[in-house]
Design a protein around this ligand. Structure first.
Ligand SMILES: N=c1c2ncn([C@@H]3O[C@H](COP(=O)(O)OP(=O)(O)OP(=O)(O)O)[C@@H](O)[C@H]3O)c2ncn1[C@@H]1O[C@H](COP(=O)(O)O)[C@@H](O)[C@H]1O
Length: 112
């Protein structure tokens, strides 16, 4: 199990606790589930912006931290929307089996 799968298991547990009314004390994840989808999406947007700023500043220590904040909030969003992390990984696996996608992406770009 990867560290991301392990964190996702904790997030799913937090979601169950929130739904059962047994939220763990001081749990930031339960706090996000309580606030709902708007708050979670807002955090995803904030962390994405902070990731971009860290990259633009050339600060790789900050970049690593922001990427992990972003991934954590994306995971909370997945759980909130009823997606499992394995669903996301499956799509990535399918893409990983393909190579030479450049032409296809150019065609998509032309149409947008
Ligand atoms: N990976 C994370 C993780 N990454 C970031 N964060 C929290 O995300 C928040 C982001 O910081 P900000 O300053 O942007 O937000 P804030 O001001 O604290 O909160 P807002 O009022 O803006 O919502 C911080 O409070 C971080 O602690 C995380 N909180 C939890 N996890 C994982 O989730 C597990 C369960 O955590 P709890 O639910 O808190 O027990 C932990 O063991 C970790 O594995």
């Amino acid at each position: 199990m990867t560290v991301y799968q392990e964190i996702f298991e904790v997030i799913k547990e937090r979601k169950k606790q929130f739904e059962n009314g047994t939220a763990a004390e001081n749990s930031y994840t339960c706090y996000l589930f309580e606030k709902g989808v708007d708050k979670i999406c807002k955090k995803v947007g904030e962390e994405a912006t902070e990731t971009v700023i860290a990259a633009k500043n050339g600060d790789n220590d900050e970049l690593m931290n922001e990427i992990n904040d972003l991934l954590y909030h994306v995971m909370v969003l997945c759980a909130n929307q009823g997606l499992d992390w394995s669903d996301v990984e499956r799509v990535l696996d399918e893409r990983n089996e393909k190579i030479g996608n450049l032409k296809k992406f150019h065609e998509v770009d032309k149409n947008t």
